[in-house]
Design a protein around this ligand. Structure first.
Ligand code: GLN
Length: 483
């Protein structure tokens, strides 16, 4: 049952091949067996999961519920969960229990899904390797010497290792797509505003977006259908109808115009990754896609612009962790200043401190125009590049990440090299566009994915392409051998 898709699991529940309690127990056992090595979970609330499962079984017995009723789902540990710790991978929130559920959690609850656990992540979602977690690094189930990617690395590793059928994540600069690529699963980051950010611990508010990590495009469509939609509690949530993503999967494919940005295939891209992505493009062409080269001329500016905008917003968002209202508080503060500074010094890890310092500097009087304002102007240029490209193509395709998963520790002392892991994903966040990563092969046993970026609110188009590709390939069906 660990290899089944969400639809197959739902069908089994309805057929009474197993109950939700049995299904949930099986996944809890599997977590117990393998998570000692992988470290994909921060919290596994077994009793709560089983209570959810019992409630789902009752609903199913009455003939009620939807596809996700009774299905265990894991959530990145930055979605607030009432009564269960929400740590954001940080010592700062190690004892934080939210008094309410995030909008995303509410929607899964309403759908009758079982909350299986909260997954490990880079502290405050800052990272590309999951080495920045207070709870220790996550290991890649394909090769435990390798990182799973980040910052939603716990979710990606858990789905890849079949410790849960599907998981949520968030993507500020690539944190759903990059770990999906490195773990050989499907990862969808929707359009900015498609999913409510209410109750999601903020990193960089103008870039953060929830997403889903799944076995295949069909599961991603199902999950997105549950969580997409307007929420008046998030002022950037967009009031726009939610299409039937599952129905859209089988729409005809031929004639789709795919643009390959020449900037995404240049120096810095591992030749083996390039070969696998090109092979995937050939397959799509055989299926009827019309492929052409395009240019996104401002691509090289995306990382520098992001590393001004994201730290600036983070420095403001993280100002709330002062040891007073919530979060870690130091022992025996001597005075207010001592309370603030020691609580923050003890509560935050090195990468978070680095970002707070960069962001505070970029926003300070005299530097604001030179850095933050300039970065916002560059952001506009990047957005315009995409708008121009989408005049002649329907989607844009390239590698998700420049390399397969690297070894744990390999980039830990070199933040700039680490930041380059997101070179192909960050632009979509700056422009607010949806993107999906789809598995397309392996280099020396480590998975590789290609990424497809679409125009705003065209998630269906991305899912449709990924689904057609997955009907003709089996990369998404491969699972790591954990024994
Ligand atoms: N790796 C990028 C960063 O560290 C993106 C992280 C994310 O998408 N949350 O900021």
């Amino acid at each position: 049952m660990f290899q089944k898709s969400l639809l197959e699991l739902a069908e089994g529940l309805r057929r009474k091949a197993y109950s939700s309690v049995e299904l949930t127990t099986a996944f809890l056992d599997r977590i117990r067996q393998h998570d000692g090595v992988l470290n994909a979970f921060i919290t596994v609330p077994e009793q709560r999961a089983l209570a959810d499962a019992r409630a789902a079984d009752q609903r199913l017995a009455r003939g009620e519920g939807g596809v996700l009723t009774g299905i265990p789902v894991a959530h990145k540990d930055l979605f607030c969960t009432q009564g269960i710790k929400t740590s954001c991978g940080s010592r700062m929130l190690d004892s934080f229990v939210a008094p309410y559920n995030a909008a995303v959690i509410e929607r899964f609850d309403a759908a009758g899904a079982v909350l299986l656990g909260k997954t490990n992540m880079d502290e405050f979602a800052m990272g590309s390797s999951n080495e920045n977690s207070f709870y220790g690094p996550v290991r890649n189930p394909w090769d435990t010497d390798a990182v799973p990617g980040g910052s939603s690395g716990g979710s990606a590793a858990a789905v890849a290792a079949r410790l849960c059928p599907a998981a949520t994540g968030t993507d500020t600069g690539g944190s759903v797509r990059q770990p999906a690529s490195l773990c050989g699963i499907t990862g969808l980051k929707p359009t900015y505003g498609r999913i409510s950010r209410w109750g999601m611990v903020a990193y960089a508010s103008s870039l953060d977006q929830a997403g889903v990590l799944t076995r295949n495009a069909e599961d991603a469509a199902l999950m997105l259908g549950v969580i997409a939609g307007f929420d008046p509690r998030d002022s950037t949530s967009v009031d726009r109808p939610v299409p039937d993503y599952v129905a859209g999967l089988s729409a005809p494919f031929p004639g789709l115009r795919i643009g390959l940005p020449k900037e995404y295939f240049g120096p810095g891209l591992d030749p083996e990754v390039a070969r696998l992505v090109t092979q995937a493009v050939d397959e799509l062409q055989r299926l009827g896609a019309d492929v052409r080269e395009i240019s996104l001329p401002n691509t090289a500016l995306a990382i520098p612009a992001y590393y001004v905008v994201a730290p600036a917003e983070a420095s403001s968002n993280l100002a709330r962790y002062d040891g007073v209202r919530f979060g870690h508080r130091c022992e025996d503060p001597q005075n207010l200043h001592d309370l603030y500074s020691r609580s923050r010094a003890e509560g935050f890890g090195a990468e978070v401190k680095r970002r707070i310092m960069i962001g505070t500097y970029a926003l300070s009087a005299g530097y604001y125009d030179a850095y933050y304002l300039k970065a916002q102007k560059v952001r506009r240029l990047i957005r315009d590049d995409f708008a121009r490209a989408f005049e002649s193509v329907d989607v844009i395709l390239g590698p998700t990440a420049p390399t397969p998963a690297f070894d744990i520790g390999a980039k830990a002392d070199d933040p700039v090299t680490m930041y380059l892991s997101d070179i192909y994903t960050i632009s979509a966040n700056l422009a607010g566009l949806p993107g999906i990563s789809v598995p397309c092969g392996f280099v020396a046993g480590r998975p590789v994915g290609f990424q497809v970026i679409g125009p705003h609110f065209e998630e269906s188009r991305l899912l449709n392409l990924a689904h057609h590709y997955q009907q003709h390939t089996d990369w998404h069906l491969r699972a790591p051998n954990l024994d």
